[in-house]
Design a protein around this ligand. Structure first.
Ligand SMILES: CC(C)(COP(=O)(O)OP(=O)(O)OC[C@H]1O[C@@H](n2cnc3c(N)ncnc32)[C@H](O)[C@@H]1OP(=O)(O)O)[C@@H](O)C(=O)NCCC(=O)NCCS
Length: 153
C-alpha cells in the first residue's frame, strides 16, 4: 500500500549527509560524502516530514546503459511501497534520458523481478559497471522499452 505522506524529489546538496547515513545503515555499497555530492544530480529521495527515508540514484554509464544504484529505505519505513516507487522513478528517469537498458547489481534480485528486470548473462553488462559489483551481488538488466508508465514528482 503506497504511503500517502511521502514526498519524492530530486536530492539537494544539503541532503548528502542524510543520504550517506541511509546508505550505510542499509549495508549496501558505501558512498563517500564527496562522491554523493559530486553525483547529487543523479539522486532521488523520499521524504517523510522533511526527513529522508528512502534513496536511489541513476547513473548514465554510456549511450545504452543507465545504472540504478544506492537503493535504500529506512528500516522503519520498509514494506510501504517506498522502494517500489523509487525504482519506478529511477526507471522513468532513465527512459526520459533515452537510455536503452537499466542495470544494477543487487543482493535482492527477487525484489527487482516485479519491475521485469532479469538476471544479466555473463559478460552482458559493460566492464565499467564492475565497480558497483560487491561480493554476493547479482547483475540485473531491463529493456526500457518495456516501461510504459508516466511518473510525476
Ligand atoms: C529492498 C528495499 C529497498 C525495499 O524497500 P521497501 O520500501 O521495503 O520496498 P516496498 O515496500 O516497495 O516492497 C515491496 C515488495 O518487495 C518485497 N521485498 C522487499 N525487500 C525484498 C527483498 N530484499 N527481496 C525480495 N523481495 C523484497 C516486499 O516483500 C514487498 O512485496 P509485496 O509487494 O508483494 O508486498 C529495502 O528493503 C532496503 O532498503 N533493503 C536494504 C538495502 C537493499 O537491499 N537495497 C537493494 C539494492 S542492493
Amino acid at each position: 500500500m503506497p504511503s500517502p505522506n511521502i514526498v519524492y524529489c530530486k536530492a539537494r546538496v544539503s541532503d548528502a549527509a542524510e543520504i550517506k547515513l541511509l546508505i550505510d545503515n542499509a549495508r549496501i555499497l558505501s558512498r563517500s560524502i564527496d562522491d554523493i555530492l559530486h553525483e547529487i544530480r543523479s539522486f532521488f529521495v523520499a521524504k517523510d516530514s522533511g526527513r529522508i527515508v528512502g534513496v536511489i540514484a541513476v547513473d548514465i554509464i554510456d549511450s545504452d546503459y543507465a545504472e540504478l544504484r544506492s537503493l535504500a529505505v529506512n528500516q522503519g519505513f520498509r514494506g510501504k511501497g517506498i522502494g517500489t516507487r523509487l525504482v519506478e522513478l529511477a526507471l522513468y528517469e532513465a527512459k526520459l534520458l533515452d537510455a536503452r537498458h537499466a542495470v544494477g547489481f543487487t543482493k535482492s534480485p527477487d525484489f527487482f523481478r516485479k519491475f521485469k528486470f532479469r538476471v544479466a548473462k555473463d559478460n552482458e553488462l559493460p566492464e565499467s559497471l564492475k565497480k558497483s559489483c560487491i561480493s554476493g551481488c547479482t547483475g540485473i538488466v531491463i529493456n526500457l522499452d518495456e516501461i510504459d508508465y508516466v511518473i510525476k514528482y
